[in-house]
Design a protein around this ligand. Structure first.
Ligand code: ZN
Length: 299
């Protein structure tokens, strides 16, 4: 009898719990955050965790530098609480598309706000994307600024979880600092200060560590290089002892491959985080980039 009562009580408790669940789930449903491209989505996940659901506006595999918003973009922004963009000329369409969504709740956040920009030097690049180099997210100090701005925006959009966002930011910042300290020491004793890459996306990373990027894209801004110019560059790289040429997934690595072949170097993938890559999160890709850059500088 006694035992049966317990079972019944258990059943009643379970029922009470089930009844309480919908209200609880309602109260803790993650907020919908739209992020312009993959790196922004990754930084939102880093400080938002399970409190947010992130959707990327630029579809996987699409080139974020040349993206044009679609009807789908507007639909997503109608439902979102926050839109996170990088800024520095990366998403010139952001304000317009946010307004077109006619969503009074939607908060537009420019993650790079407060950062000191690296200026573009290439005239074509300036004409196309504006005065500032947009690739702030590929540096550890840049990511810290962006993650802080995102955490503050999430705290505003979802005030009951404000402390959780700030705490997750502090944890993330700690991890960025560990990497920065580690690599500041490692990069001090490498053989050379520059590395060769396809897309010139690493100016901020170079600023952090006093390094230099030489980009294939920068040398060959005007279409395909002539065989003569390619041969000259290959000789330069050989003389400098360069054994690695980095290539990105999204941009055609064909020229990087040819150059590497001529210079007797190998092609190594580097992450730009402009689209999802290998199922890896922000820190995993950052660690991989730093590791590969270190070996390239020291071989
Ligand atoms: Zn880029």
């Amino acid at each position: 009898m006694q035992r049966r009562k317990f079972v019944e009580m258990g059943a009643v408790c379970a029922l009470a719990l089930t009844a309480a669940l919908p209200a609880r789930a309602e109260a803790e449903r993650p907020i919908l955050v739209a992020a312009s491209f993959d790196a922004m989505a990754e930084l939102v996940k880093a400080v938002g965790g399970s409190l947010v659901r992130v959707e990327t506006l630029i579809p996987p595999g699409a080139e974020p530098h040349d993206f044009t918003p679609t009807v789908k973009t507007t639909q997503l922004l109608r439902a979102a609480s926050v839109l996170v963009v990088n800024g520095f000329g990366m998403e010139p369409w952001a304000k317009k598309i946010a307004a077109a969504a006619e969503n009074p709740r939607l908060m537009l956040v420019t993650a790079s706000e407060g950062a000191v920009p690296v200026k573009n030097s290439d005239p074509d690049e300036i004409a196309e994307h504006g005065a500032d180099d947009p690739h702030l997210w590929l540096s550890l100090s840049g990511a810290e600024i962006e993650a802080r701005n995102i955490a503050e925006a999430l705290a505003k959009a979802d005030p009951k979880n404000a402390e959780a966002y700030r705490m997750q930011f502090t944890l993330f910042k700690g991890k960025l600092h560990v990497l920065k300290t580690q690599y500041s020491a490692r990069f001090r004793n490498v053989k050379r200060r520059f590395f060769v890459t396809g897309h010139a996306a690493f100016a901020y990373l170079c600023r952090d560590f006093n390094l230099e990027q030489k980009s294939v894209e920068g040398v060959f801004a005007e279409g395909e290089p002539t065989p003569k110019r390619l041969a000259e560059l290959a000789i330069e790289l050989k003389k400098a002892g360069v054994r690695t040429v980095f290539a990105e997934k999204l941009l055609s690595p064909a020229v990087s491959k040819t150059l590497a072949q001529e210079a007797g170097a190998r092609v190594e993938t580097i992450y730009t985080m402009e689209s999802a890559e290998d199922g890896k999160n922000y820190l995993e890709r950052m660690r991989s980039n730093l590791e590969k850059i270190e070996s390239a500088l020291d071989e």
